[in-house]
Structure formats: C-alpha cells, structure tokens
Write a protein of this length. Structure first.
Ligand code: ADP
Ligand code: 5GP
Length: 204
C-alpha cells in the first residue's frame, strides 16, 4: 500500500438503530490503521458502555465550557443530548497517520464537511422503517419516549442521504461490513491520497 502522510476521515451517519455503531466497531477490527473517534457526550451511559471507549461521558456544564473553549471541531444536540468531536483528539490521530472513523449525526457531518472537505461521507440506511423500529426495540437501552423520538427523527435524517458520497443499506451485517471495507480501501488508493514522494522515488 502506498504510504500516506496524514490520515483521512470517514464520516458515518444514519438514523438511530440503523446499525452504525455495530458497523463502526466491527470495521476498526478488520481494516488496519483505522481508529474510531471517541466523542464527548452528556448522554448517560447505556449498560455495557465504557467511559473513554464508547464515549467520554461528561456533564452539561463541562460540555458547555468545552464549546466556549473551542475544543470541538463539531458538536450538536441530538435526541435531547449534546455530542461533540474533540479537535485535539481528531487532529492527534490524523497527524499520527491513522485514518479515523466518525459516527456522528447529520448536523455534525455538515460541519465536518466545511472543515475537512476531503473526508469520505457514508450514509447507512435500514432496509425499512419497520426493521429500524425492531432494531431499536431489540437494543432495549432507550426509554419508550426516547425510542419514539429517535424513530420520529428517522425520516428527516434519511432525507439527508443525498449529501453523502456513499450509501449502504444495512440488511445482512456481514455484507455491509464488506461494503464498508471496500469503500475505505478504494478511497485510500485514490490518486490524491497517495504519497507523491514514493512515486518520485520510483521515477528517480
Ligand atoms: P445505531 O448505532 O445506528 O443506533 P446499533 O449499531 O446500536 O445502531 O444497532 C441497533 C441494533 O440493531 C443493535 O441491537 C444491533 O445489534 C442490531 N443490528 C445492527 N446491524 C444489524 C443487521 N445488519 N442485522 C440485524 N441487526 C442489526
Ligand atoms: P447514541 O445516543 O445512539 O449513541 O447516538 C445518537 C446520535 O448521536 C447518533 O446519530 C450518533 O451518530 C450521534 N453522535 C455521536 N457522537 C457524535 C458527535 O461527536 N457529534 C455529533 N454531531 N453527533 C454524534
């Protein structure tokens, strides 16, 4: 593989329950030099979620201080909680040459596109709204009201798919993982992402 100087960004959005957390967790184990961006959030941890691994869980006051300090490259209120991507974390990972996968909502993705126009934007869809509802129910980690709110937001979120470079319909999980791998690997080999110094050496 041609060596690249700086890591790339892969931005994944989807309506809640479509399976993006599952896909992001899997893909970092199958694709080398790809790491997740761990977001900050004011949401309470779900059972099994680990601080600083799934999210960094903080209070609203601390989150607002981070906004005021310009600590986020993007942040948004999603389903009643605040979520944000730390500038230092993201830049640190990219500077070390790693590619970073961001599981963020459509508002955050729009902010990232303005700052990192060369990011790769991928939208995950459920096969149907009925399947989305079943997946949200299966997860059983949200209250009834929260689940209704997430389902209610799904249609508006899905309408944003056109702002993304790729769409994956997450039906059979292993097929979706293969598709995501294919997208990431193909994007890594784009001419503009290759390290020109290696080509210069070949030519020298
Ligand atoms: P999101 O992060 O998009 O909100 P999750 O990754 O938490 O969604 O997935 C929601 C639920 O659906 C989880 O219980 C997960 O195991 C399940 N799930 C994810 N992808 C699939 C799939 N392709 N087929 C069946 N169930 C899936
Ligand atoms: P959940 O509460 O289900 O983990 O996530 C809810 C939503 O917040 C999802 O759409 C997820 O992609 C989004 N999200 C997670 N982290 C961030 C972040 O750092 N920034 C933004 N804008 N959205 C995020």
């Amino acid at each position: 593989m041609l060596k690249r100087r700086k890591g790339s960004l892969f931005i994944i959005s989807a309506p809640s329950g479509a399976g993006k957390t599952t896909l992001c967790k899997k893909i970092v184990t199958t694709v080398d030099s790809l790491v997740p961006s761990v977001s900050f959030t004011t949401r309470k941890p779900r059972g099994g979620e680990v601080n600083d691994l799934d999210y960094t869980f903080i209070g609203e006051e601390e989150f607002r201080e981070m906004i005021a300090g310009g600590d986020f490259v993007e942040w948004a209120e999603v389903h009643g909680n605040l979520y944000g991507t730390s500038r230092d974390r993201l830049e640190g990972l990219m500077d070390s040459g790693l590619d970073v996968i961001l599981d963020i909502d459509t508002q955050g993705a729009r902010q990232i596109r303005k700052l990192y126009g060369d990011g790769v934007f991928i939208f995950i869809l459920p096969p149907s709204i009925e399947i989305l509802r079943r997946r949200l129910e299966k997860r059983r980690s949200n209250s009834r009201e929260d689940m209704a709110r997430r389902l209610g937001a799904a249609i508006d979120e899905i309408k944003e798919y056109n702002n993304y470079d790729y769409v994956i319909i997450n039906d059979v999980l292993k097929d979706s993982v293969r598709l995501l791998e294919a997208i990431i690997i193909a994007e890594r080999h784009k001419t503009e992402r290759t390290d020109k110094s290696i080509i210069e050496k070949i030519l020298a």
